[in-house]
Design a protein around this ligand. Structure first.
Ligand code: AKG
Length: 261
């Protein structure tokens, strides 16, 4: 009888798009999979994200949640832990079409640890500096931690698509230093980042960009007249531990996601 991993290998080999994504992910540290969700499904989630973030914005002027322009105008920046804020967010990120890809790339059953929605309003959304997720998570083994970033809009260079340093997941976790004026953003010194290896992850609404926990990535300001919203979900395999308590608040721990929440 074949094991679950062997079955996944057979299914992947039979589908060239899936095996290309798998190869690209392990070679470069990231991969785009097209059409995991329909454009309509992504649009529905984008609309709910807008409603939730507008509501949160009226309750907060915290720069973590809200962005401010040079003129002092404010707009949504981020929704933290959206999974706990709307039933449709829960159904969306637990959709089997997404979980199937996360399982294949991790090589194990994935557990949802945390999530966040990055909003970049037209002509507005601020840059997210280069970083490695696992600098924040401090999880081990790093190969068993993956981010699935679901495009809620078409994304390209003009509206702040994700950018990756190819192969950086094979290197160490770099020291990250605070960015002046942005206490929630830490980044490696620019000299440690080889921009010649930078690639852009272009994605359509409903596509998913996957990245390894150690891959260096960034996104620029949204210079366009369109929104750029991305739903980032963070997953781990069951053998993963964290040295800084990251997993204490993980959704897969029932106390953090009580039934009916
Ligand atoms: O959406 C962005 O701009 C940043 C996303 C990110 O850093 C992540 O998903 O780890």
């Amino acid at each position: 009888m074949q094991s679950a991993t062997q079955n996944a290998d057979v299914a992947r080999d039979a589908d060239p798009a899936r095996s290309d994504a798998f190869r690209h992910y392990w070679e470069k540290g990231w991969a785009v999979v097209e059409g995991v969700f329909t454009r309509d499904e992504a649009e529905r989630i984008a609309q709910i994200a807008l409603e939730v973030s507008q509501r949160e914005m009226t309750d907060s002027d915290d720069r973590y949640v809200v962005d401010a322009s040079a003129e002092g105008e404010i707009a949504p920046r981020k929704i933290d832990r959206p999974f706990l804020k709307h039933d449709e967010f829960q159904a969306f990120v637990l959709d089997q079409r997404l979980i199937r890809f996360v399982t294949e790339l991790l090589g194990a059953s994935p557990l949802l640890s945390s999530d966040q929605i990055f909003m970049k309003p037209p002509h507005f959304g601020s840059a997210k500096p280069y970083h490695q997720d696992n600098f924040y998570f401090q999880c081990s083994p790093g190969d068993h931690v993956i981010t699935a970033w679901i495009a809620l809009d078409d994304v390209g260079p003009e509206n702040g698509c994700l950018r990756y340093i190819d192969g950086s997941h094979k290197g160490p976790i770099l020291p990250h230093e605070p960015i002046p004026g942005e206490p929630y953003n830490l980044a490696p010194a620019p000299g440690l980042i080889d921009l010649e290896k930078e690639s852009l992850a272009l994605a359509g609404k409903g596509d998913v960009v996957f990245h390894h926990s150690q891959t260096l990535h960034t996104s620029h300001r949204n210079e366009s007249a369109r929104w750029r919203r991305g739903y980032a979900t963070h997953w781990v395999a069951s053998d993963v531990t964290s040295s800084n308590g990251t997993l204490d608040t993980a959704y897969f721990r029932q106390e953090n996601y009580p039934p009916g929440s």
